[in-house]
Design a protein around this ligand. Structure first.
Ligand code: UDX
Ligand code: ADP
Length: 463
């Protein structure tokens, strides 16, 4: 058995590294068109920040784990090919803003069809609209060079920041397919380290739809608690107390009830919009509207937070320095895709605030690129005004102290652990007075900060 994976991103890279680590007998070749990304996978400076990943890669790389740009060669040699490429929301044409852009998936399928000989198992790892496997199968079957294919769906449930733990000890592995032999071949790979009873098998469409559904349910929980946070702020209830009280009901459970400035990441919004698009396609208007509300609520939560900052700072942040702590969409990742911080920063910038941004893992280049994209229209056009604001009103700094010096307010946008351990007396002394903290993650010790002298504003808590 030889494995190839097309796409060395946040999913393909860690997943293949774990398979290679746990299956020393299986050669795993990860390929990508992006030479810089492959070079980084082959270096000591991996392209993604993920706790514990360096050790996993180091153990397997050079033994049975290879990273290269030799896409054709890797496909030709493999028995099993994972497709793990990006499927972003379409920004153009039919379904723009909702449907998944399947261009990269289709290109992979055509490449596999062109290069393959003999029999191959093609595994969809990327999250896809339900029934994509049908299109993949049709493209593969038109190869014309005698090759035969089985298509499996094997969605990945890892969460960024905990990818290594999630891959090592997953709640379940899901495999959807038609051919028992191919399903067994993939089960055998995972069975190297995962109990067979945690490997679920379904038909192709159930597997594809389960991934979208899991993400929709998770995002819905975050939007639900965030909706309640608005009511808490209005009534004097405390959202963390409400979350604890409802989370002890075993039917509800305690996870994913942390109120925040809104969910981000490459999956939740994209997958819900995808679900909405699918429902509309099948004429299920009420079902589409139900799920769309999860995204609408999330947008509202981000907007509510930036508006609260402006209102509290005496209705103007123009020319005021605001320290932004954290830009990644959650802690323990350098990923900024759909991070709530992007939209909060954009809204504050458009109010002419001066932002000093610090994130432990996100480079300045990514911060500027995300802000530029968020200020651009679907065609990628940005106004001169927004461009100037990003150039002149954004400074990226290397720690929280520097960010907060002379600032009117601190906005905590990512829940990095290091933010809890700072010298808040020192930070308070260096700030403009009154010194405000807007804790968008309910991360800090609010009592302690109030004692220091800060005016605290948190999610789902009254002042
Ligand atoms: C998610 C799914 O969890 C994972 O199974 C799937 O494979 C990919 O999408 P990910 O986006 O990496 O993973 O991170 P996740 O931990 O789910 O967080 C998503 C967003 O929700 C983050 O912005 C996070 O800050 C936010 N969140 C999560 C909350 O605001 N509150 C919570 O209680 C949980
Ligand atoms: P994800 O979070 O789903 O892993 P990423 O964007 O991090 O998404 O990674 C997807 C990777 O797939 C990118 O590095 C991109 O260069 C790669 N990719 C896209 N299309 C192809 C293709 N046809 N052949 C090889 N690699 C591809």
């Amino acid at each position: 058995m030889k494995i190839c994976c097309i796409g060395a991103g946040y999913v393909g890279g860690p997943t293949m590294a774990m398979i290679a680590k746990q299956c020393p007998d299986i050669p795993v070749h990860v390929v990508d068109l992006n030479q810089a990304r492959i070079d980084a996978w082959n270096s000591d400076n991996l392209p993604i920040y993920e706790p514990g990943l360096d050790e996993v890669v180091k153990e397997a790389r050079g033994r049975n784990l290879t990273f290269s740009t030799n896409v054709d060669e890797a496909i030709a040699e493999a028995d099993m090919i994972f497709i793990s490429v990006n499927t972003p929301t379409k920004t153009f044409g039919i379904g723009a803003g909702r449907a998944a852009n399947l261009e990269f998936i289709e290109k992979c399928a055509r490449q596999i069809a062109k290069v393959s000989k003999g029999h191959k198992i093609v595994v969809e790892k990327s999250t896809l609209p339900v029934r994509t496997a049908e299109a993949v199968k049709r493209i593969l079957s038109s190869s014309g060079n005698g090759a035969t294919f089985d298509v499996l769906s094997n969605p990945e449930f890892l969460a960024e920041g905990t990818a290594v733990e999630d891959l090592l000890d997953p709640d379940r592995v899901l495999i959807g397919g038609e051919s028992p032999e191919s399903i067994k071949a993939l089960c055998d790979v995972y069975a190297h380290w995962i109990d067979r009873d945690r490997i679920l098998t379904t038909n192709l469409w159930s597997s594809e739809l389960s991934k979208l559904t899991a993400n929709a349910f998770l995002a819905q929980r975050v939007s639900s608690i965030n909706a309640i946070s608005a009511l808490c702020e209005a009534t004097g209830a405390d959202v963390d107390e409400v979350a604890r009280a409802i989370g002890t009901d075993s039917r509800i459970g305690p996870k994913f009830l942390k109120a925040s400035i809104g969910f981000g990441g490459s999956c939740f919004q994209k997958d819900i919009l995808n679900l909405v698009y699918l429902c509309e396609h099948f004429g299920l208007r009420e079902v589409a509207a139900y799920w769309e509300q999860v995204v609408i609520m999330n947008d509202h939560q981000k907007q509510r937070f930036s508006e609260r900052i402006v209102k509290t700072l005496f209705n103007t942040v123009s020319d005021k320095k605001i320290a932004v702590w954290g830009f990644a969409f959650k802690k323990d990742t350098n990923d900024t895709r759909e991070s709530a911080a992007i939209y909060v920063c954009r809204d504050l910038l458009r109010e002419r605030a001066r932002l000093t941004i610090y994130d432990p893992q996100v480079p300045e280049k990514s911060i500027r690129a995300e802000l530029t994209a968020a200020c651009s229209d679907m065609q990628g056009q940005i106004s001169e005004n927004d461009k100037r604001l990003i150039e002149q009103n954004v400074t990226v700094v290397s720690d929280c102290y520097e960010a907060s010096k002379d600032a009117h307010a601190i906005a905590v946008l990512t829940e990095w652990d290091e933010f809890k351990e700072l010298d808040f007396d020192r930070i308070f002394q260096a700030m403009q007075q009154p010194a405000f903290v807007f804790d968008g993650r309910n991360l800090l010790d609010h009592q302690k900060l109030s004692k220091v002298g800060f005016e605290l504003h948190a999610i789902g808590k009254c002042r």
